[in-house]
Design a protein around this ligand. Structure first.
Ligand code: SAM
Length: 188
């Protein structure tokens, strides 16, 4: 059975994305960053760096709230070395997530490392755990989202610090509040 853990005790999460191809797959890496942010991660290190993508996420933070940054990682090994916590490489070749979830949930800080088309073999040795979200190939976005969901789910819907907009959930249509609680755009 799939069990979620309480988000109150969840480890602080950073994501390291390696093998990004600036200009070739901006949507995929943007979606990875958006998913990590929505599920409560604090930052995404990006290797190689991509200032355009970092600015895109900075814009999201200005509109929808702070608390997540994209940081350049010209040297991914340096990020792994400097991380003061456990390093989890997400890979379909790893151990099943269910086997490692209790240990992962007990950590204070986790660095989740995801690859692109190819992953440097060295990463398997440098990680504390190599963890699979199912033993089939899928996507870095799905792997991060599922693990974060299992570790505590999406943080409660409240206005994030610095947010200019906030969604008011509706059974149908869109309702978005701007600064001072004013309605933004047309209700649909
Ligand atoms: N053959 C590659 C590999 O070594 O896993 C698949 C690359 S996949 C397009 C890109 C990334 O998605 C992988 O580096 C891994 O981080 C993540 N990924 C894909 N399937 C996964 C799975 N079943 N479990 C965990 N992570 C996965």
């Amino acid at each position: 059975m799939t069990r979620r853990r309480s988000s109150a005790r969840r480890p602080a999460i950073s994501v390291l994305r390696i093998g990004h191809r600036p200009g070739r797959d901006p949507r995929l890496t943007t979606h990875l960053a958006l998913a990590a942010r929505a599920w409560g991660a604090e930052r995404m290190y990006l290797h190689p760096p991509d200032p355009i993508l970092a600015e895109r996420l900075a814009h999201v933070a200005r509109e929808w709230g702070a608390g997540f940054t994209v940081e350049p990682a010209p040297d991914w090994k340096a990020v792994v070395r400097a991380h003061a916590g456990a390093v989890v490489h997400l890979t379909m070749y790893g151990e099943p997530i269910d086997r490692r979830l209790p240990e992962l949930a007990r950590q204070r800080r986790l660095l989740l490392v995801v690859g692109g088309a190819k992953v440097p073999p060295e990463l398997f040795q440098r990680a504390d755990w190599n963890v699979a979200v199912g033993a089939q190939p899928h996507s870095e976005v799905a792997a991060v989202a599922v693990l974060l969901d299992r570790l505590g789910g999406i943080p409660p819907a409240r206005r994030r610090k610095g947010a200019r907009r906030r969604i008011v959930p509706q059974p149908r249509g869109k309702r978005v509040l701007g600064p001072g609680g004013r309605k933004r755009g047309r209700d649909r």
